[in-house]
Design a protein around this ligand. Structure first.
Ligand code: PLP
Length: 400
């Protein structure tokens, strides 16, 4: 007899294209840092919908804001002025530097918008035929054709040829390679401060500052993809603020609506002039519902000092992981993290460890087959983290 999970899995396979490698878990409900399966079994969520639900699942104030907004204004399109869109843009700019915002619906779409803005800015404002986008190996920028081409990992591009031209990836960390790569055709260098999908690779302040300096020297744009790192995840509102960087373009999405889809491209005022009416658009971008969710998310992040919380909890988590590593030097190679974006690189095969964690009620991500990636809701409590590290230690005891 098949159980409810197997039945659902079979229906899923029959009705939904199999583009995702799914976890062996069906989620019927989520609340705060907890997921509940079809039988009501509880799991600690250390994944947060892939760095999305930073304030926890179904945050009551965001749920209220969405319900209220659903009766006021859901969507009218970007043909109209909308007060909340302006207010949200002002709030976002206040976290950053003078500039303007373009709204969209996802991370890939934000990067796609940034690429288009960079190219159009070069052609129409700078009068230069500069179009090339340089990214780093190990990066991840999305799944549209342009962003998958920008992504510095070839696996994501397989069988999608022909790909758009005008992209190259250089070795992350190698500033000489970056110097060689920049030409008169370069429009923008686009980087992540911490590569999330790449396995939690933290770029150094010196390296990123050197890239920014090169961009200034060559009068090209410096773009930062903050889709995963932005909105308090790393212990600052924007991860690039750890290093005092001043990018021309920043992209964000994921946590902006705490689960309601919304993305944004932020550009300094001069760069933002690359877009003029009719040059770029999306039907749903910055809808009434999306802006209501994002406004409430930003309000709570500020009020509850979520960046400071992420920084403090990140440090506590690293200390707990350090204890596990000291106990299991043969199983853990290293760990790294910035705020609550943490990777534990294993020396032992990752999949069995990840599966055992899931069996014990802990949901995290496994990157590159060997890095346990923790990107929990930023409201997670120390007790929960301690339960996770204890479970990890127990599992490593068993596999030793
Ligand atoms: C750094 C980064 N950029 C872009 C994306 C793509 O975002 P989305 O899946 O919303 O298109 C992701 C998603 O994981 C990401 O981590």
């Amino acid at each position: 007899m098949t159980n409810a999970f197997d039945t659902l899995k079979n229906r899923d396979a029959a009705a939904i294209m199999s583009s995702y490698g799914r976890y062996p878990l069906a989620v019927s409900r989520a609340e705060g840092c907890r997921l509940f399966d079809l039988e009501g079994r509880e799991y600690l969520d250390l994944l947060a919908g892939v760095a999305v639900t930073s304030l926890g699942h179904c945050h009551p104030e965001i749920a209220d804001a969405l319900c209220t907004q659903a009766r006021i204004l859901c969507h009218v399109s970007n043909l109209f002025y909308q007060p909340d869109q302006v207010r949200l843009a002002e709030e976002l700019i206040a976290t950053w530097q003078p500039g303007r915002v373009f709204y969209c619906n996802s991370g890939a779409e934000a990067n796609e918008g940034a690429i288009k803005l960079a190219r159009r800015f070069m052609r129409t404002v700078k009068n230069r035929d500069a179009y090339e986008i340089i990214t780093l190996t190990g990066s991840f920028h999305g799944r549209t054709l342009a962003t998958v081409t920008a992504t510095g990992q070839t696996a994501f591009r397989e069988h999608f040829h022909p790909l758009p031209g005008g992209f190259k990836s250089v070795e992350a960390g190698d500033i000489e390679a970056m110097k060689q790569a920049i030409t008169e055709k370069t429009a923008m260098v686009l980087v992540e401060i911490v590569q999330g999908e790449g396995g939690v690779n933290i770029m150094s302040a010196d390296y990123l500052t050197a890239i920014q300096n090169l961009c200034r020297e060559h009068d090209i744009l410096f773009g930062v993809d903050e889709i995963q790192t932005g909105l308090c995840r790393t212990g600052r509102f924007w991860a690039h603020q750890h290093y005092g960087l001043r990018p021309n373009i920043v992209t964000c999405a994921k946590a902006l609506g705490n689960g309601f889809p919304i993305g944004a491209v932020l550009a300094d005022t001069e760069t933002s002039n690359g877009f003029t009416p009719g040059s770029h658009a999306t039907t749903f971008g910055g809808s009434g519902l999306a802006t209501a969710a994002a406004l409430k998310t930003l309000e709570i992040m500020k009020r509850d000092k979520i960046a400071e919380r992420a920084e403090a909890m990140g440090k506590k988590t690293l200390a707990l992981i350090d204890d596990v590593m000291k106990k299991h030097p043969d199983a853990i190679d290293n760990y790294r993290g910035l705020g609550l974006m943490i990777g534990i690189e294993l020396k032992v095969p990752g999949l069995p460890v990840w599966q055992k964690l899931l069996d014990r009620g802990f949901v995290c991500n496994l990157a590159k087959g060997k890095v346990l990636r923790l990107i929990p809701p930023l409201i997670i409590e120390e007790d929960d983290i301690a339960r996770f590290t204890q479970a990890l230690s127990d599992i490593l005891d068993e596999t030793a």
